[in-house]
Design a binder for this molecule. Structure first.
Ligand SMILES: Cc1ncc(COP(=O)(O)O)c(C=O)c1O
Length: 368
């Protein structure tokens, strides 16, 4: 039996929604995107601007944070603290926004950014903290916000993997000055490529211009446009928005299905697999630590099961970051250890009971 690592959950209705957009003749940033922004604004309780990706959303949010920071009267490279246990877009976006990524280690049990490690990395040049809610694990947002307030720092949440996840009953993405989400096809809700920024009301207009090259382009196109700053080309389009809006209606079901699979793994996997999770994780990933990780991956693959060593290498061990930022396996040892010994098992809403059972059966055989 073949078991993919993940699979986007699309219904006939989702597909019909896309066809309706194609028939409407309005393909780019238009009425469907506006409708989606309205729905998401209600869900998050804060303004939402749709973007072309989470990478674009992060880049704009970091640039906005830097523009708000007090500029010292000396040569200055702003620093933004994040974790190396993430997709590389988190740190690349910091660099794209002309800041330096500084890596704090992760907590060994939740794998979220370690709050004490953040404190140890704060310097006079730090402008922001970028926690990553990795695998749907909500970071300790109360402590992170308290540290940010104490040191006058901004918080930009990387929520690419955490839609619907809550820290103490509040949605991730609503704590900081911006929360950046991904609708890449492998995410809980997927499109061809899209993202969004959940932002403070005072920043909304800036982001609306930022996605359109810094111009005050209106939808529908009305009147004259002017350009107020050097923005990006980072708008979402109506085809992706239709797909996202249609899937968003069953987000709860989607998350519940993933949690049910994770609970079965929790119950049935032998102790050979050290499973990992944070309280209230939405289980976007089901990572486990195993003794001989690469050999275990090979055996799963041989059995037709796609498992992934997500987070290997961690950013601090990537050639680029080693070369440009002098990081290595000693920079964030906990993250490095996790990256080198973890694999993630398949979890997706339409995973059948047979598929879950087969993964568990093979996992037990490998563990023997
Ligand atoms: C933690 C994290 N941050 C950022 C991104 C970038 O998202 P996108 O592909 O929408 O740019 C991803 C996507 O995989 C991610 O997992």
């Amino acid at each position: 039996m073949d078991v993919p690592f993940t699979k986007i959950w699309l219904t006939e209705e989702d597909k019909q929604e896309v066809l309706r957009v194609l028939d409407s003749g309005y393909l780019t940033y238009g009425p469907k995107t506006k409708e989606l922004e309205k729905v998401l604004r209600k869900y998050f309780g804060k303004p939402v601007v749709m973007t072309s990706s989470c990478t674009a959303a992060l880049t704009m949010a970091f640039a906005k944070a830097i523009s708000k920071a007090p500029r010292p009267m000396r040569p200055w490279t702003p620093e933004i603290i994040t974790t190396p246990l993430t997709y590389v877009a988190t740190a690349h976006s910091i660099i794209e926004a002309r800041a330096k990524p500084v890596f704090a280690d992760v907590d060994p049990t939740t794998w979220c950014i370690d709050v004490d490690s953040i404190v140890s990395k704060i310097t006079d040049d730090t402008v922001a903290i970028a926690p990553v809610h990795w695998g749907g694990n909500p970071c300790e947002m109360d402590r992170i916000m308290a540290i940010a307030e104490e040191h006058n720092l901004m918080v930009i949440e990387d929520c690419a993997q955490s839609i619907g996840a809550k820290w103490e009953n509040r949605l991730t993405g609503t704590f900081g000055m911006a929360g950046c989400f991904s609708f890449y096809p492998t995410k809980q809700i997927g499109a061809t490529d899209a993202g969004c920024i959940v932002c403070d009301p005072e920043d909304e207009e800036w982001y609306r211009m930022a996605i359109h090259a810094g111009s005050n382009k209106k939808i529908p196109h009305e009147g004259k446009t002017d350009v107020f700053f050097r923005g990006w080309k980072a708008n979402c389009n109506d085809i992706d928005s239709a797909l996202i809006l249609s899937q968003f209606k069953r987000l709860d079901k989607n998350l519940a299905a993933r949690m049910a699979i994770a609970r079965m793994y929790d119950k049935e996997l032998p102790s050979y697999y050290q499973s990992q999770s944070a309280p209230n994780s939405t289980r976007y990933l089901y990572p486990v630590i195993v003794p001989d990780r690469d050999e275990v991956i090979r055996k799963f693959k041989e059995a037709g099961i796609s498992v992934i060593a997500q987070g290997d290498p961690v950013l601090t061990e990537m050639t680029y970051y080693r070369k440009e930022y002098g990081t290595d396996e000693t920079t964030c040892p906990v993250a490095s250890r996790i990256g080198a010994s973890t694999l993630s098992l398949p979890v997706f809403p339409e995973m059948s009971m047979e598929q879950v059972g087969y993964v568990i059966k093979i996992a037990c055989e490998i563990a023997r």
